[in-house]
Design a protein around this ligand. Structure first.
Ligand SMILES: [Zn+2]
Ligand SMILES: [Zn+2]
Length: 327
């Protein structure tokens, strides 16, 4: 197999020949068909997340077909198309796993961060964290659903039922969540980098009621807001934009420092929460709903060996939607 491997934090990925592995007990092997590129991959490459496995094959929005099944795997067959997300393994016995919060597992493995991911022609996955996808939809357009879609979905559920929803950051996750929220009959208010007219137009095309810069106040007070951008300065801005009792959800795994702000910005029972990872139930719920909603993902494909270019373009914001690597 071939993979784009991070051998040193901060260095470019290197095209590498690796020996084919056989799946162990409870594991499956996939022939990778597509793998999305996520902002978290940048955090891994840049060394912004603690204790990565190095060398590591990044990539945690994997679409592939099973070509080998390990001992004890039930319910998955060779030839079946599956998706593998960010959470790649949980222990099943810690208090969080036992209590229904496996997203907070004490001993997890994360795909493309602490276990090898999908910037490769093949990968090994924990069968419990491989979601059957059926045959509807192309590999490339499904890939962003596996992280941007799933984390976005969990963030949307945690944001609550509010009708007027703000989305700060309108990239891979924002453009999926906007479609889900619009399908649910909500009004979406999309915030982009100040002056980013193309992304604001993109948001309006996907059903946003309003789109503007993150420095602008929305025309109406919001019930809830989700922050996908990794900019801590957005936290007090979002709190100011939500109503009394409103909720602000931070969806990123990493954010720059949040500046201090007057207590009155939080006062009146406004809530500030974060979302971490996902549960298997999130995956089942969202991937069942996605075809009904008819989510259209905007993607830019790159050959696998162009992974460094894809990461650079993501960093610079050179495309709308999501980048996807194709082996
Ligand atoms: Zn991700
Ligand atoms: Zn656990």
């Amino acid at each position: 197999m071939h993979a784009m491997v991070l051998k040193k934090l901060g260095a470019p990925l290197e095209w590498t020949d690796l020996a084919d592995r056989h799946p162990g007990p409870g594991e499956i092997r996939l022939k990778v068909a597509a793998c999305g590129v996520c902002r978290t991959d940048l955090h891994v490459v840049d060394g912004e997340l603690p204790d990565p496995k190095v060398p590591i094959v990044p990539g945690h929005e994997i679409i592939g077909r099973i070509d080998a099944v390990g001992a004890g795997v039930e319910g998955l067959q060779v030839g079946e198309r599956v998706g593998v997300p960010w959470v790649g393994h949980t222990c099943g016995v810690c208090p969080y796993c036992v209590g229904g919060h496996e997203n907070l597992c004490d001993r997890p493995l994360f795909t493309g961060y602490t276990r090898d991911g999908g910037f490769a022609t093949a990968t090994i996955a924990d069968a419990r964290y491989a979601f059957p996808l059926g045959e509807a939809g192309s590999d490339v357009t499904l890939a962003p659903l596996l992280c941007a879609g799933l984390i976005g979905w969990r963030s949307l559920v945690i944001a609550g039922e509010g009708q007027k929803l703000g989305l700060y950051g309108f990239g891979a996750a924002g453009h999926i969540v906007a479609q889900v929220a619009a399908w649910q009959g909500r009004s979406v208010f999309a915030f982009t980098r100040p002056g980013d007219a193309p992304t604001q137009a993109f948001a309006r095309r996907l059903g946003a009621t309003w789109a503007g810069g993150s420095d602008e106040r929305p025309p109406e007070t919001l019930d809830a807001a989700i922050i996908f951008a990794t900019v801590g300065d957005l936290v007090p801005l979002a709190l100011k934009a939500v109503r009394k009792g409103g909720r602000v959800v931070c969806a990123g795994i990493h954010m720059t420092d949040i500046p201090s702000f007057p207590y009155r910005v939080l006062w009146e029972e406004r809530q500030l929460v974060s979302v971490a990872n996902l549960t298997r139930q999130d995956g089942i719920d969202f991937l069942r709903l996605a075809p009904q909603i008819g989510i259209v993902t905007q993607t830019t494909s790159y050959p696998l060996d162009q992974a460094n270019q894809a990461l650079a373009d993501l960093r610079a914001g050179r495309f709308e939607g999501a980048a996807v690597l194709v082996p």
